[in-house]
Design a protein around this ligand. Structure first.
Ligand code: PLP
Length: 392
């Protein structure tokens, strides 16, 4: 008999009932160190008092009103995002994949309104992930996401990861945009080199096509900059955000330049929930903390600390871990045994890490994880390595 919850997930036998900072408490009382943060979502940890206050204060006033009206919290959050980024304008969604939907629509509408309605094709990359909606799976491609869900939304082509020659060779008079994660998350923490992102910007500029960054996982302070692309010193035309922006409340956004957004006039797009007062009150509180220069400095400092520990782990357990990759608090450990075994050993040692493609386990801790908890993470991951080693 089918379970009452549609069985699309393979779930670990764990039920968390409470969270405190970087810790999650299981129903049986065990305390797990959370290096996954709900997959890069709980950027300020669990039950952060600042976010609890923002949420409960707003909950007592007004949860939801339609986008038929002005929403003060939405305006405030849009202003913060515009102030702190390349973007001139923001649309709020409830998830990453909804942000993908709009990014794709925006790029196509842009060309339609420019009198080039043939430009509908979007170049993407193997190993990417843009969510589970029809546009999201068509953009990322690959059997794992798309098999059985045809007919797929047309107009996407996947190129080898990081292959800029392939980008050059694939641009035609029908190309609308390139979509890329500055650091692939689900794909196994695979960063695009800064010089390659810059080169990609040049390629897009020369061809006159739009560049879409998917910063759903790598954005919102994750790499120690507010947005990951800041490291390369280039900006996109359109950017997808979600995950961390709500700190655990479902919230996403599409940020864009005035030019790229020029086709999205009144009536062209909408969302019932997107940008509602409750979500945006929390989003504002997240942004106030995460966009602070001193906070980001500290993320970079602590990320250095964590990375150092992980490098040590790789050096002392070469049969378990091959290398550390990633940036800031978006780190991956390439595993030698199946990464699922490492994740399971993590459960045994009460430390949460997240599996990814390319046999990598991801570490995406809360950005405000303490130095003490980083030291504890190293201790527990050491125990994980020993356990996996012994099992081999
Ligand atoms: C998680 C993720 C998405 C999809 O976000 P949802 O909120 O699950 O729809 C899209 N892109 C990237 C890079 C992601 O990591």
């Amino acid at each position: 008999m089918i379970p009452s919850v549609l069985p699309t997930y393979t779930r670990a036998p764990l039920s968390f009932v409470k969270g405190e900072g970087s810790w999650m408490i299981e129903a049986d009382g065990r305390r797990f160190l959370d290096l996954g943060a709900g997959i890069a979502v709980n950027v300020l940890g669990h039950a952060n008092p600042v976010l609890v206050d923002a949420l409960t204060e707003q909950a007592g006033k007004l949860w939801h009103v339609s986008n038929l009206y002005n929403i003060e919290q939405q305006q405030a959050l849009a202003d913060k995002l515009v102030d702190q980024s390349f973007a001139d304008t923001v649309f709020f969604t409830n998830s990453g994949t909804e942000s993908c939907e709009l990014a794709v629509k925006m790029a196509r509408k842009y060309w339609h309104d420019k009198g080039q309605p043939n430009r509908v094709e979007i170049l993407a990359f193997h190993g990417s992930f843009h969510g589970r909606s029809s546009a999201g799976i068509a953009a990322a491609g690959g059997d794992k996401l798309t098999k059985g869900f045809g007919p797929l939304l047309p107009g996407f082509e996947q190129l080898p990861f990081g292959d800029l020659e392939a980008v050059n060779a694939s641009i035609t008079e029908n190309t609308a945009a390139v979509i890329i994660e500055p650091i692939q998350g689900e794909g196994g923490i695979r960063p695009v080199a800064d010089e390659d992102l810059r080169e990609l910007r040049t390629i897009c500029d020369e061809a006159g096509i739009l560049m879409i960054f998917d910063e759903v996982q790598c954005g919102v302070g994750r790499t120690g900059k507010l947005f990951a692309h800041e490291w390369a010193g280039v900006t996109p035309d359109i950017m997808m955000v979600a995950k961390g922006i709500g700190g655990g409340f479902p919230l996403g956004a599409v940020m864009a330049t005035e030019e790229a957004a020029s086709g999205m006039v009144a009536g062209t797009h909408g969302s019932t929930y997107g940008g509602n007062p409750l979500a945006c009150a929390v989003g504002c509180a997240v942004m106030d903390v995460v966009s602070d220069a001193a906070f980001l400095d500290d993320v970079r400092r602590k990320a250095g600390l964590l990375r150092q520990k992980l490098e040590g782990l790789v050096a002392s357990h070469p049969d378990v871990f091959e290398e550390v990759r990633g940036s800031g608090m978006m780190l991956g450990l390439k595993c030698k045994p199946a990464c699922g075994d490492v994740v399971k050993a993590g459960y045994d040692n009460e430390v949460i890490v997240i599996p990814a493609a390319d046999n990598v386990v991801r570490l995406l801790p809360p950005l405000n994880i303490t130095d003490e908890d980083i030291a504890e993470a190293a201790t527990r991951l050491e125990a994980v390595a020993v356990q996996v080693e012994t099992a081999v």
